[in-house]
Design a protein around this ligand. Structure first.
Ligand SMILES: [Mg+2]
Length: 378
């Protein structure tokens, strides 16, 4: 092969954490890591991992000899090489989360070198716009109505309520009161509900989930997410069969092999792989196409950075059937690290980037700020 092919020379892990004055970078709150991949051609790519930077750095140390010097414009092969090389190193965990960021950055580089946006390299644009839903935390219970109104004012037409006290007070009427308030607030906007069954020691099983799904159907909720613990295959199969609202899950699974039984046995209506966890765009694409073969919709999990959101938009644009992407609100790691914040049109839709690679311009001042001064851009 020609020497003019760009090769990977360095990878920098950049911690990102929501900024609070007087606060410090700490492992518990640093749940995002950006990965900058540099090449001998002077082109750099950016990726994102949904995990803390200390874990990413440990994995990068282990992956170093496998990735430095590699071809920078063959994301899928390099991703598969790294993943299969990690079979003995805790595959599916930190190693896979870190490969996710490398993979996204390599797709970004591939796009810049070829002058094409990632969606085209993935097969092409089935759609030019995607529908972001404002992903809101019910842990901000007292502010939830204000959060919904702020998201509406920003142009969102779809809203997901996640975690917080839903399913945790012991009184189903408390859950219904939240959904009633949300329906009254957003009118005919789309509502999704995510109690967060991947929290440790989630106490509910099929009967609670079905009863709650019935309540949600009365409020015309679009989907019910992670109503059960993440590995409850049999529970999800039953719930999908009997629920009137769509059933979704998959955000904590990694590697396509983990998704296979759920997809092949029809356990969900919607699968929610996270590009920044499952192994990158390459792996999410395998999962999404497997889901498509079973007529299961992919809606990427994206409690995420602007880099992860951009990756999700390209992935969804390049699937035969696709609609939504998750957009965490409020979120500094999305809105403050890009030069041009994402803007919705009057229908509440986002235009998928069309510039080369991820097609976003990073605001390095914002990234430095959210790294709490631990990263200096050069
Ligand atoms: Mg969720």
């Amino acid at each position: 092969m020609s020497d003019s092919i760009p090769r990977v020379t360095e990878i920098h892990a950049i911690p990102q954490q929501e900024f609070r004055e007087g606060s410090q970078l700490d492992t518990a709150r640093n749940v995002y890591t950006l990965l900058q991949v540099r090449t001998d051609a002077g082109i750099t790519g950016i990726g994102s991992c949904y995990t803390s930077t200390d874990l990413v750095r440990a994995a990068l140390g282990r992956l170093h000899d496998l990735i430095i010097g590699e071809v920078a414009i063959e994301p899928e092969r390099v991703h598969e090489k790294l993943e299969q090389s990690g079979f003995w190193w805790g595959r599916g965990g930190t190693i896979t989360h870190t490969i996710s960021g490398i993979d996204i950055a390599l797709w970004d580089i591939f796009g810049q070198v070829t002058g094409q946006p990632i969606a085209r390299l993935l097969g092409g644009y089935y759609r030019e716009k995607v529908k972001p839903y404002a992903s809101l935390s019910m842990s901000r219970h007292d502010q939830l109505k204000a959060d919904l109104e702020a998201a509406m004012a920003r142009g969102f037409k779809a809203f997901k309520l996640g975690w917080g006290r839903f399913g945790r007070t012991g009184n189903p009427a408390d859950d219904e009161a939240i959904i009633r308030m949300a329906r009254q607030t957003v009118g005919d906007g789309e509502i999704m509900v995510d109690p967060g069954g991947s929290q440790q020691f989630w106490p509910h099983s099929y009967k609670w989930a079905l009863r709650t799904a019935d309540m949600l159907a009365d409020y015309d909720v679009v989907w019910f997410e992670e109503a059960l613990p993440p590995d409850d295959l049999e529970g999800y199969k039953l719930l999908r069969e009997h629920s009137r609202v769509m059933i979704s899950a998959g955000e904590v699974l990694t590697r396509r092999q983990s998704f296979e039984p759920f997809l092949e046995q029809g356990a969900w209506d919607i699968v929610q792989p996270d590009c920044t966890k499952v192994g990158g765009i390459s792996e999410a694409r395998h999962i999404a196409w497997m889901a498509y073969r079973h007529n299961i919709l992919t809606v990427p999990h994206g409690w995420n950075t602007a880099v992860g959101l951009a990756a999700d938009m390209h992935l969804i644009a390049a699937l035969p059937v696709g609609k939504w992407v998750e957009y965490h609100q409020p979120s500094q790691v999305i809105d403050e690290i890009v030069v041009e914040p994402f803007q919705m049109d009057e229908e509440g839709m986002l235009r998928v980037p069309t510039k080369p690679g991820l097609g976003i311009e990073l605001d390095w001042d914002g990234i430095e700020k959210l790294s709490y001064g631990t990263y200096k851009h050069d």
